[in-house]
Design a protein around this ligand. Structure first.
Ligand code: ATP
Ligand code: LTN
Length: 336
């Protein structure tokens, strides 16, 4: 029996990769990859749940793969693949749809949020967490490292796995657990620290910090970051300190220092202006080598495609037999 824990996580090619994606998810995927069996998936099918430009979606999918590799995902330690390359995901989502009560999906806060922002809501947006549950449980993942916003979806995946096991009276799926980082789980928009920094709003100036953004643009966004009228550079739960808290949280997540050590680093700062510049510089420094590796990976698209094909082959070897067993348990006739 294999003792290693299985990790699965996904990321959407829905816009420009942000600092929130890096600190809330990818930084942690990279840090823990050596000890576990890892599946990292570019979830292009999830991205289709809101209208997309086909040309842009295709470009963003490859570009995101290059970003993940540049950020340190090692294809020898992880299976990195594109969700639509492994058709078992779409098939599993149908089978799981047929055991998932509709009420469970209407309760999802992300659906409530995103559906309010759309003129016409697509069925896929409601069904999105069932596809996500299939992603995870097809690999019998124990751990799902995600930012805070995805916790409810992973809990739903747990409920779906348990329901299947209960309905068919066997421990067929591993029941997964969300792994949320202690720091960086919810990076807020620099323009408005009460909203989560989001890829889909990266086009709004000063909201998000993109990994591929020009350093001057990054610094400009930090300098314009919303703070309060005070001057205390300390962690605080007070709503009006949300901006300062966010900046300190970004610094803490990158340096992995304690709260006390972070506050001590800023004890000599000359006001919020200084705080903003120092955090901005740290982010620029962190992104610079990743950006350089990204450029060189993107310069060899054939090699990138080869790597993704290898990832999909590896993923298929796990997902397809699990899907076949699932079909058999549910009473479908497998082709001979
Ligand atoms: P979208 O705006 O299209 O929903 P997103 O920026 O929220 O995209 P996803 O692809 O949905 O990004 O998320 C990838 C991973 O990044 C998830 O684990 C998610 O929890 C994490 N993440 C996204 N935004 C943040 C954030 N602001 N802070 C911390 N983690 C985040
Ligand atoms: N819904 C997630 C992306 C996602 C995912 C997954 C994350 C799709 N499938 C499986 C973890 C595990 C999001 O929007 N961030």
């Amino acid at each position: 029996m294999n003792e290693k824990r299985v990790v699965f996580s996904g990321i959407q090619p829905s816009g420009d990769f942000t600092l929130g994606n890096y600190l809330g998810a990818v930084q942690n995927w990279v840090r823990d990859q050596a000890e576990k069996i890892n599946y990292f998936c570019i979830v292009d099918l999830h991205t289709l749940t809101v209208p997309q430009d086909p040309v842009q979606l295709r470009e963003r999918t490859r570009s995101l793969a290059a970003i993940l590799l540049a950020a340190g995902i090692d294809p020898d330690k992880c299976t990195l693949f594109i969700q639509s390359h492994v058709t078992a995901h779409a098939e599993a989502s149908w089978l799981l749809n047929c055991i998932t009560p509709l009420g469970w999906l209407y309760r999802m806060t992300q659906f409530k949020d995103k559906s309010q922002k759309q003129e016409s809501v697509l069925t896929g947006l409601l069904d999105y967490p069932v596809l996500m549950a299939g992603d995870i449980i097809l690999y019998d993942a124990h751990e799902v490292p995600v930012g805070d916003d995805q916790k409810q979806h992973v809990e739903l995946a747990r409920d779906i796995a348990q329901r299947f096991n209960h309905l068919y009276e066997q421990p067929f799926f591993v029941v997964p657990e969300p792994f949320i980082p202690k720091v960086g789980a919810r990076v807020m928009g620099l323009d408005n620290p009460s909203n989560k920094m989001s890829k889909s709003f990266a086009h709004i100036r000063g909201h998000a910090v993109g990994l591929l953004d020009d350093p001057k643009e990054i610094m400009r966004s930090f300098k314009r970051a919303k703070t309060d009228s005070g001057n205390d550079i300390i962690f605080s739960d007070e709503p009006e300190k949300a901006g300062v808290n966010n900046l300190l949280g970004i610094y803490r997540s990158i340096t992995q220092k304690t709260k006390e050590a972070v506050e001590a680093d800023f004890a000599d700062a000359r006001g919020y202006g200084d705080l903003k510049v120092r955090v901005g510089e740290l982010v620029i420094e962190t992104f610079a080598p990743i950006k350089a590796r990204y450029e060189s990976i993107m310069a060899d698209p054939a090699e990138l495609d080869k790597l993704l094909a290898r990832g999909a082959d590896q993923a298929r070897q796990v997902a397809q037999p699990k899907l076949d067993q699932m079909k058999e348990i549910m009473g479908l006739v497998l082709p001979r």
